[in-house]
Design a protein around this ligand. Sequence first.
Ligand code: NAP
Length: 246
Amino acid sequence: MIKVSVVGAKGRMGSHVVEAVNAAPDMELALALDAGDDLTAITPANTDVVVEFTVPSASLNNVLTLIGQSVDVVVGTTGWTPDKLAQVRGVMSAQQSVFIAPNFAISAVLADYFARVAAPYFESAEVIEMHHPDKVDAPSGTAIHTAQGIAASRKAAGLGAMPDATQTDGGSRGQVVDGVHVHAVRLRGLNAHEEVLFGNAGEQLVLRADSFDRTSFMPGVLLAVRKVETGEYPGLTVGLDNFLDL
Ligand code: NAP
């Protein structure tokens, strides 16, 4: 049995993780901690892997504390910058594993991957992300990542700029990320959705990923726990695509 502790266990994501760990046949819940709890209660004696879903302002300190406790960590909290990632790398021992996934939804990770595969074959590509109106950032980090991947694939294939005769734009063409237009919709009733549109003369390909609720993230979280626990991924790994054999 993999002993899993959850930090942020009372939060929306953390409480789903607690349920998913309790339901997993190969895992047992060790400690479920939240704001105000002492993370040094987590030790290799009681925990194999910690899952951390808290808030961006707390996550780095939590991860640094957990590294100090010599346990492996799976992180879902957003807001990781290159500087924060460097701080994590700087304090890790050679055998330790820290895994950070900006998006644990397998549908979203695959759509992102397929977009990179499709990108060289189309003259035009645009990204539309759609979320609930309580989301504070736009466009989503996943949509930016998808656009960057499309741009990198197009560049590697020697493709130039996309056709676009727009001369007046009051903002309706969206944010341009490495030459790829990204549009953000905020609508009550939605959760997290992304469409990638590819076009050639006379044909279109649409990739669409829908996360209808938070349960969509749990298979990815459990996969990450199992992969990290093997000890085969020492160091800092970012992105669930690393665990999907793509
Ligand atoms: P949430 O409902 O606000 O939960 C966060 C929990 O962390 C709360 O219970 C909070 O307690 C607790 N917390 C705050 N500071 C803490 C600390 N220093 N130590 C331990 N616990 C602390 O948020 P959420 O919706 O679960 O989202 C959590 C994070 O996951 C966000 O960054 C979100 O963007 C991200 N997320 C990632 C994915 C992905 O696929 N990677 C998917 C969805 C969400 P208090 O309320 O008492 O402060």
